[in-house]
Design a protein around this ligand. Structure first.
Ligand code: IMP
Length: 431
């Protein structure tokens, strides 16, 4: 049986929600492996709207196991709220259909405070534009070996030792930033109060996944954000604090890389970015405005307006390589309907030379100017197309040219937010 990893191949917001939902219907297990509640998507199933940012998409479907892997950072208070909201909508959530890895680090109130305080104090040009949810500081504590993990909630003595170790670091930091010291007793009380809500789902996820794999179950690894926000391969430091690329599905869940059979990269027909950082193809003109309006480009978590630009084939070729993408799901083609001409970035000019990748050095990134290829647009609507025959010839040419430039085939073409409006070329789950 095939196991599939879904990753965003741009800066996030590629339309993963619909594709993940479409695939999760056919999977047995759906696992998150990185990020936290900085992600956000809306699922519409049988007319009901569900908002998810931490729980795997499979949770809204009966008969599936949803898993939060150790690569995630988990805010237990947010978890409680998200679960309560879904339950109020009639979704069943229990220890049989939701498991949280015992070695998952927690996001605490201090992390959110620190995240926001740093952003506020940042000098112009150094602000990251984070979601303010404490993601970065929580990952820092994980690698700093002072995180509180799910399993620690079960034992008061361990919890006290962990909190003390954590506060030595945080109180020093907070003093320097002019913030009050953390109230140790209050934090311990908060953690003790929330513990049962989390512990009821705690499980050795690596073991459960190994058993599921052995039993031939289909596992869907649900990535959040996008590969250009990856802590190593993204536009550092304007990135999120986790590995986003497909390899993280293995380390963030406890499965070996050999368990991954297909990597589906989600790619939008143009480019967007929310938050600060380099964006070579960004458009500040009427075309950018039009992409944003037609594509409803506003952040799901923060409501911020997304920056928009033409399709950047250089960046997507790069992320297809770093994630080992087997095939892409191409989304939001209909947003391009009605443009007389379309541009695709096919290379950059850097100091008079043409290059075919985004260099790592920030100063070089800033000097890269896009080299565009212009293609004719189409006037007909592609919205809701369900077969190639429903698409105008120019739209097919655009898709084919993208495949060529990114060196990766289209596995799925999504032509509207509706699940059925999808052209399937290769089924990621078929083996
Ligand atoms: P953080 O993940 O909150 O630390 O934010 C770091 C960067 O990642 C910021 O530019 C955010 O806007 C961006 N980011 C985080 N999560 C998402 C997402 O789900 N979609 C798009 N951008 C995101």
């Amino acid at each position: 049986m095939a196991n599939v990893v879904v990753v965003g191949a741009q800066w996030g917001d590629e339309g993963k929600g619909k594709i993940v939902d479409w695939l999760s219907e056919r999977a047995d297990v759906i696992a998150r492996f990185q990020g936290g509640h900085n992600a956000g998507h809306t699922l519409v199933i049988d007319g009901k709207v569900y908002k998810l940012s931490l729980l795997p998409s499979g949770i809204v479907r009966g008969g599936k196991l949803s898993v939060i892997g150790n690569g995630v950072v988990l805010d237990p208070w947010h978890l409680e709220k998200e679960i309560a909201l879904l339950k109020s909508q009639g979704v069943e959530i229990n220890a049989d259909n939701l498991m949280i890895a015992e070695n998952t680090p927690l996001i605490l109130p201090v992390h959110g405070e620190l995240d926001r305080a740093r952003e506020e104090a940042a000098n112009p040009g150094t602000k990251i534009g984070t979601t303010g949810r404490g993601i970065g500081p929580a990952y820092e504590d994980k690698v700093g070996r002072r995180a509180i993990r799910v399993a620690d909630l079960a034992d008061r003595e361990t919890l006290e030792t962990r909190v003390d170790r954590l506060l030595v670091h945080h109180d020093a930091l907070r003093r320097g930033m002019g913030l009050e010291a953390v109230d140790r007793e209050a934090l311990l009380a908060q953690l003790e109060a929330i513990a049962p809500s989390v512990l009821q789902y705690a499980a050795p996820v690596w073991k459960v996944l190994a058993e599921k794999r052995k039993a031939g179950k289909r596992i869907l690894f649900e990535g959040a954000q996008g590969a250009l926000l990856d802590i190593d391969f993204g536009t550092y430091p304007f990135v999120t604090s986790s590995n986003v690329i497909a390899g993280q599905a293995a380390t963030g869940s406890g499965m070996g890389p050999g368990a991954i059979d297909f990597v589906l990269g989600i790619v939008k027909a143009y480019t967007t970015r929310v938050g600060e950082g380099p964006f070579p193809c960004e458009l500040d003109d009427a075309d950018g405005q039009r992409l944003g309006e037609r594509g409803h480009e506003f952040g799901t978590v923060t409501g911020r307006k997304r920056r928009c630009g033409w399709f950047d084939a250089v960046l997507v070729r790069q992320t297809c390589a770093t994630s080992g993408v087997s095939g892409i799901a191409f989304t939001k083609l209909d947003v391009l309907d009605g443009f007389e001409e379309l541009k695709i970035c096919v290379g950059y000019e850097l100091d008079g030379k043409r290059i075919d990748y985004l260099p790592t050095a920030s100063s070089q990134q800033a000097r890269c100017t896009p080299i565009y290829e212009t293609m004719p647009g189409w006037s007909q609507s592609t919205e809701g197309a369900r077969s190639w025959a429903d698409l105008p010839a120019e739209a097919i040419k655009y898709v084919r040219r993208v495949e060529e430039l990114i060196d990766c085939p289209v596995a799925l073409l999504s032509t509207s937010p509706e699940r059925e409006d999808t052209i399937l070329v290769t089924d990621p789950f078929s083996d």
